[in-house]
Design a binder for this molecule. Structure first.
Ligand SMILES: Nc1ncnc2c1ncn2[C@@H]1O[C@H](COP(=O)(O)OP(=O)(O)OP(=O)(O)O)[C@@H](O)[C@H]1O
Ligand SMILES: [Mg+2]
Length: 451
């Protein structure tokens, strides 16, 4: 790894020296009399030749086939981290206005105080005050453009009422990791990212579901494994919707989240759970960008997207009571459209299918009902939930327990946890019937059911 870092330092030394020359040239031309606007980077300032550079950073630039203008933008985004003094010249005061130059953009870092570039800074670097060049720069920086889509730049965070290029220009975590650790690791979410990765230690064989439900899950598995072949090699892409959306509905603790995680595990796909509370309430304005980023990443990396409490999404469409709701609805429509266009698997989970509009349900590729387990299934759940190291009190009658109490798999897990903890605290390592009954009683009370 140290080799990678040393090699990176060499490549970046050349990139930053080139960046510094281009910046100086831009400033010289801008303040010349008469001012000039050379389209940069130009022949007088060619980028370093990457052909012979062997470093993770050079590999990255080659792999994404980045143009000189894109390389300059990355160097600009990395400069505050690697050589902040390179940007100090941009603090220059404008004598006419007694403040900084608006056209240099930039903001002051809250702690280090150094110059953090914005889109404005990049546009100035690439185009000076040439308007066509500025528009091209804006295009290059857009979240839909390749630098953000390839997770090299972090998504921009526009502030309401701000100008087109006021958003800060930030290197993504992936880029910083690659530069500072020499490895191109998996994407790590940015702070404020409305999704988190979920997984499970269980296996497919641990899933206790009726055969019909399992068959429906297997259909999703088949799509995960063969969907791309169907769309691309078999040429059905122009007839079929690109992705696959499935609604999982049923009571709490019946295995909806677990099934999504297991599908991911089985097909070697990462599963990201999207936090709808962040989507429909907080981070208004920024959410849409973050969501767009999640979907882009998911498309490129084949992630499965999992939405919990999907009824929050499909239930609130028409109610607009405040400006806040109006924003939320705007984001919801964006999300629905993005789900439609998404070329991967989306799983929506809900406890309340009744709250979901039929118009939506018709657009899903499948609807999977997770029913409360029946007695036979409950017995399997009890048996598999018991810790293998625990002894069972002879009076602990599992078939009777399974028969008597209509509990979900999640609730059974909670009861077993309770009884196992009691056994550990007592120190005899034996699961007792009384503790299990007490655990059941507590769970039923929690659910507001009589015992
Ligand atoms: N059908 C099942 N087969 C095996 N284990 C199960 C099953 N259902 C639930 N469990 C156990 O209960 C735990 C909780 O289930 P899970 O989180 O998947 O429920 P859920 O349907 O997503 O509930 P919620 O609607 O509250 O999100 C699982 O991690 C697993 O240990
Ligand atoms: Mg769940």
């Amino acid at each position: 790894m140290a080799d990678g870092l040393i090699a990176n330092a060499k490549t970046l030394e050349a990139e930053l020296a080139w960046f510094a020359r281009v910046l100086q040239r831009r400033l010289d031309a801008y303040f010349a009399d008469p001012p000039a606007s050379p389209g940069l980077p130009d022949a007088a300032c060619p980028p370093p030749d990457l052909a012979s550079a062997a470093s993770p950073y050079a590999d990255l630039l080659r792999r994404h086939d980045l143009a000189p203008a894109q390389r300059l933008v990355l160097a600009l985004a990395l400069a505050p981290h690697l050589r902040p003094q390179l940007l100090d010249v941009l603090w220059t005061r404008n004598e006419a206005t007694q403040r900084g130059f608006s056209e240099f953009g930039g903001i002051q870092a809250p702690q280090s105080g150094c110059f953090l570039p914005t889109g404005e800074t990049a546009a100035f670097l690439l185009a000076g005050d040439d308007l066509a060049g500025r528009l091209l720069a804006a295009q290059l920086l857009a979240d839909e453009a390749s630098l953000a889509r390839h997770d090299l730049l972090a998504p921009t965070s526009p502030v309401a009422g701000e100008t087109l290029l006021a958003g800060s220009l930030r290197a993504s975590r992936r880029l910083l990791d690659l530069v500072c650790r020499g490895v191109d690791g998996p994407a790590r979410p940015e702070p404020g990212f409305p999704a988190q990765r979920v997984g499970t230690g269980l296996d497919w064989s641990d899933l206790v579901l009726p055969p019909a439900t399992l068959a429906q899950l297997e259909e999703i598995r088949d799509w995960l494994q063969h969907g791309r072949t169907l769309l691309h090699d078999w040429g059905l892409g122009h007839r079929l919707r690109p992705g696959y959306t499935s609604l999982f509905h049923g009571p709490s603790g019946t295995g909806k989240t677990l099934s999504a995680c297991l599908l991911g595990k089985l097909c070697r796909r990462e599963v990201y759970r999207i936090d709808l509370s962040l989507v429909v309430s907080k981070y208004i304005g920024e959410t849409e960008k973050n969501l767009a980023w999640v979907f882009d990443q998911a498309e490129q990396r084949g992630w499965i997207l999992f939405f919990d409490e999907a009824d929050a999404l499909f239930g609130q469409r028409t109610r607009v009571e405040s400006a806040h709701d109006r924003y939320a609805n705007q984001e919801v429509s964006f999300l629905l459209q993005r789900i439609e266009d998404f070329d991967g698997v989306v799983i929506l989970s809900s406890n309340l299918k009744g709250n979901i509009d039929d118009a939506f349900i018709r657009r899903f590729q499948s609807v999977v009902a997770f029913a409360m387990p029946r007695a036979g299934e409950r017995l399997r759940l009890w048996r598999e939930a018991l810790p293998p190291r625990a002894a069972l009190e002879p009076g602990l009658d599992l078939p009777r327990l399974a028969e008597r109490h209509e509990l979900s798999g999640g609730t059974i897990m909670n009861v077993v946890r309770y009884a196992a903890l009691c056994a550990l605290v007592r120190g005899d390592g034996t699961l007792r019937s009384d503790d299990v009954e007490e655990g059941v009683r507590r769970e039923l009370l929690k659910e507001g059911r009589a015992f």
